[in-house]
Design a protein around this ligand. Structure first.
Ligand SMILES: *Cc1c(COP(=O)(O)O)cnc(C)c1O
Length: 342
């Protein structure tokens, strides 16, 4: 199978498994896992921050940030299709007691003007805005990248209103690979950053929450325990993360090349609506408007031809390139699309 559903489906490589098997471990609840500690130091350094916390998932990274930055009854500004809005089971409301204020971005990208308009006035009856979250790259937006200048403008507004900023950088390293800007160049504008080891970086599990505010990281550590995310000999997982950061960052560029190639090939198929110039990283979103073919039918016919993709609502579909997809498989997938759709 050519599995283009998500970059979360990657299998750990043999070399990564060897690194995991060799990892020196201890009890991380006691702060005694040397491999977890090394990964946390590495992540902090990479993002130009002072501290980091290893967490089981990107969702937990985001939710610890929301919980640690805000008070119950506050509001968090976030883009309408953000992971925090769509895919975290309402955790911001359920666990942090905050309300999400959605801003409708362009392919997931908010402007500084939109963010400023969403900040509530400071008066006795308006809900206080406690946090601004940005997702870079933006998953549901199609792997879109925030320009540094947009981030700088939003940062200036956040600073003016004294509101902290969190970066959901689940795929931050895809932005890094695409722009060649260092991760720290993005991270400098945020009080907290979360990023996933389990997406394009190819580790089996794990994310990091990173900040220069060591007190905030200690608060997040307490909430990690509360949310059930404190692990013991998690150095086994951290070793995969270290391996991923050392070996799988630069190669993300290959995934982007594959995604662009797939997008250009799909454009040649008359039944497909796609704007290849919108493919900025490893996510390809396209439409098949033909009413004779239901989304479920297209997905199952492609599966019969050895290709897995996701239907993402309406007439839209998503294909994601990753570590386990070769150039040859992109050609094979293209042939399968052509056979099913022509
Ligand atoms: C995948 C993802 C997350 C975290 O997902 P987990 O499955 O909880 O690791 C967070 N934000 C974005 C944008 C994502 O794509």
């Amino acid at each position: 199978m050519i599995d283009l559903r998500s970059d979360t489906v990657t299998q750990p490589t043999d070399a990564m498994r060897k690194a995991m098997a060799r990892a020196e471990v201890g009890d991380d609840v006691y702060g005694e896992d040397p491999t977890v500690n090394r990964l946390q130091e590495m992540a902090a350094a990479l993002l130009g921050k002072r501290a980091a916390l290893f967490v089981p998932s990107g969702t937990m990274g985001n939710q610890l940030a929301i919980r640690a930055h805000t008070q119950p009854g506050q509001e968090v500004i976030v883009e309408s299709k953000a992971h925090i809005v769509r895919y975290e089971q309402g955790a911001a409301g359920a666990l942090a007691g905050v309300q999400l204020h959605w801003v409708v971005g362009d392919r997931g990208i908010m402007t500084a003007e939109q963010v400023e308009a969403a900040i509530r006035p400071k008066d006795p009856y308006s809900i206080p805005t406690g946090l601004i979250c940005i997702e870079n790259t933006h998953n549901s937006g199609g792997g879109t990248i925030y320009s540094l200048s947009t981030i700088e403008k939003i940062r200036a507004i956040a600073s003016k209103h004294k509101i902290p900023m969190h970066l959901d950088g689940a795929r931050l390293f895809n932005a890094v690979a695409a722009t060649t800007l260092p991760a720290s160049t993005y991270a400098q504008h945020f009080e907290t950053v979360s990023f996933c080891l389990s997406k394009g970086l190819g580790a089996p599990a794990g994310s990091l929450l990173v900040s220069s505010d060591t007190q905030l990281i200690e608060r997040a550590r307490r909430f990690r325990r509360m949310y059930g995310g404190a692990m013991r000999q998690s150095g086994i997982l951290a070793a995969a993360g270290i391996y991923a950061l050392e070996h799988h960052v630069a190669r993300l560029k290959t995934d982007h090349d594959h995604a662009k190639k797939l997008a250009r090939a799909l454009q040649q198929i008359p039944a497909v609506r796609i704007a290849p110039q919108h493919v900025e990283t490893n996510i390809v979103i396209f439409d098949v408007p033909d009413p004779r073919l239901t989304p479920a039918d297209l997905v199952s016919q492609l599966k019969d031809h050895g290709v897995l993709i996701h239907a993402i609502g309406g007439r839209s579909f998503r294909a994601v390139t990753h570590l386990n997809i070769s150039a040859k498989q992109i050609d094979e997938a293209t042939e399968a699309f052509a056979r099913v759709l022509n």
